[in-house]
Design a protein around this ligand. Structure first.
Ligand code: NAD
Length: 254
């Protein structure tokens, strides 16, 4: 028996990195998955690869810009059409800032670009799935933040990126209270450094400096985070809402 049997999940940013690993793990655990991403060419490859590996057609891919509301309507419509419902939303897609845009170098256009994706995109996703979840009287939403939303010094100096990740805490708590009576849970997961394309886009100096401060001594692989996302998404977490789970190798314990 899978931990997500009979569940339908939407996972954003699933063409690569952490989202792709979550899509595969969810499908292995019995979910049917709508994997979405802006990068449709890579998404199509990833969906084919996952379906071939698990020997089913449990995953479909939909091109999607999370910052565009009509794209969300399309994603939910495709989920309903293909699988009949939506039980889980993983707000995973996000964009990093420039590795250095500290307070002396704030560029309003850059801040707006990052807020549009990381914050507006998350809010639009929650808005888009709520009618179905409310109708079902059940649902689980996981917002993927970052240790950069809890402490300074891990994002390489991108104030805009860190501020979006910190804001997810408030978004989760406000909405969790709004929707608890409707049977919907909302939580935030804060990963530390993960070995994905975002990490590999950091300079060697930034990566080495962060790595040196991780108590367990290594960066997470995407699966280390995906197991936490799986727990929050599943009914095992039925009493868990409005809260924070940190998976960071001890980084924020210091
Ligand atoms: N890698 C890390 O070290 C790390 C650490 C903490 C938190 N995180 C968070 O984990 C999540 C996943 O990150 P990742 O490391 O797998 O990154 P990634 O860059 O590998 O994946 C992000 C995906 O989101 C997609 N995307 C970007 N903008 C989009 C948009 N507007 N609409 C739809 N898709 C879009 C990208 O095409 C990409 O496939 C992000 O929220 C990130 O902030 C990552």
């Amino acid at each position: 028996m899978g931990r997500l049997d009979n569940k339908v999940a939407i996972i954003t940013g699933a063409a690569g990195g952490q989202g792709k690993v979550e899509a595969k793990l969810f499908a292995e655990q019995g979910a049917r998955v709508v994997a979405t991403d802006l990068n449709d060419a890579l998404l199509a490859e990833s969906v084919d690869e996952i379906n071939a590996e698990i020997g089913s057609n449990a995953v479909i891919g939909v091109r999607h810009n999370i910052a565009v509301e009509s794209d969300w309507a399309d994603v939910v419509a495709k989920a309903l059409d293909a699988f009949g419902t939506v039980d889980i939303l993983i707000n995973n897609a996000a964009i990093p800032g420039k590795t250095r845009d500290d307070v002396w170098d704030i560029d309003p256009a850059e801040v707006t670009r990052i807020l549009d994706v990381n914050i507006t995109g998350t809010l639009l996703g929650i808005k888009a799935v709520m009618p179905t979840m409310q109708q079902n009287g059940a649902g689980s939403i996981v917002n993927i933040s970052s240790a950069a939303g809890l402490v300074g010094g891990i994002s390489g100096g991108s104030v805009a990126y860190s501020s979006t990740k910190g804001a997810l805490r408030a978004i989760t708590k406000e909405i969790a209270l709004d929707v608890a009576a409707a049977g919907v849970r909302v939580n935030t997961l804060y990963p530390g450094l993960i070995n994905t394309p975002i990490m590999r886009s950091f300079s060697k100096e930034v990566t080495e400096a962060v790595l040196a401060k991780i108590p367990v001594g290594f960066a997470a692989e995407p699966i280390d985070i995906a197991y936490g996302v799986l727990y929050l998404a599943s009914d095992e977490a039925r009493f868990v809402t409005g809260t924070d789970i940190v998976i960071d190798g001890g980084y924020t314990a210091q």
